[in-house]
Design a binder for this molecule. Sequence first.
Ligand code: CP
Ligand code: NVA
Length: 326
Amino acid sequence: MAFNLKGRHLLALKDFTPEEINFMIELAETLKKNKYAGVRTKSLEGKNIALIFEKPSTRTRAAFTVACVDEGAHPEYLGKNDIQLGKKETVKDTARVLGRMFDGIEFRGFKHETVEELAKWAGVPVWNGLTDQYHPTQILADFLTVKESFGRLKGIVFAYIGDGRNNMANSLMIGAAKMGMDFRIVAPRSLFPENSLVEYAQGIAKETGASITLTDDVAKGVKDCDVLYTDVWASMGEEDKIQERINMLKPYRITMDMVRKTGKEEMIFLHCLPSFHNEDTELSKTYPDIQEVTDEVFESKHSKVFDQAENRMHTIKAVMTATLGA
Ligand code: CP
Ligand code: NVA
């Protein structure tokens, strides 16, 4: 089914119905096929897109940039040190200025309120490229990858293991509730998501047939899972918490033993990336135990992390064309 999302913002998946989420994923499948077939629709021809980044990024920045160029738009990267936002100018003023020049605005940063304020005042579609609270475009790529593996989302048994209260855990929980999954957060109790968000997700789950479980018991949490998902143990902006998180989350590292505990031979491993899975990054030299997943799992046949990373581009293209395209 097709939905008209023209002019809509994408700040959080809460704002979209399951059917609309499905539509964006299906559109991404079509755009992916088109790209592979060499078909270019150029549906953003003549548009100018602002890409605001308060935090660093590889995938999100690259995905927005390539998606813009593929569809004929001009992307303009506005890094936090390049613009006045928040230092010499309010978010409200920046939004009104950029909205006069650009046709769409991507924002990645700290406070979720910033992207909401931009959306309130810009007068053009605003897309959340990650805040401390949510990372909605990532979920579309994750779900496209799940669909490519299993042909469906409804009924998929999905465990997110690790820091259960970060932007990924929050967004996956809402997305999974909307799409009717059996979703588990497997984390120490002190890292469970906020009660209000859990209650919200459980309310949605009642309507969609999803189930939402929080547990600190790894064996129970991963049993029967089609998907094991993790993220870094300390997110951007939490660098001072790295050692504390390592101490808390070491028992939650994804290992081959955990993979076997799912009891599912065809299970897949997903990760939004970037990931610590060996000793070859600067931070893993300083913190030898920082790995949230072993190299063995990361490099195994179960791992779909690079399909997932590629899917960022196709899904972000779907979001931009659905909300802004000709
Ligand atoms: N997954 C993700 O958002 O990656 P980047 O931080 O590299 O954009
Ligand atoms: N939770 C991570 C996600 C990175 C894509 C972070 O916010 O750093």
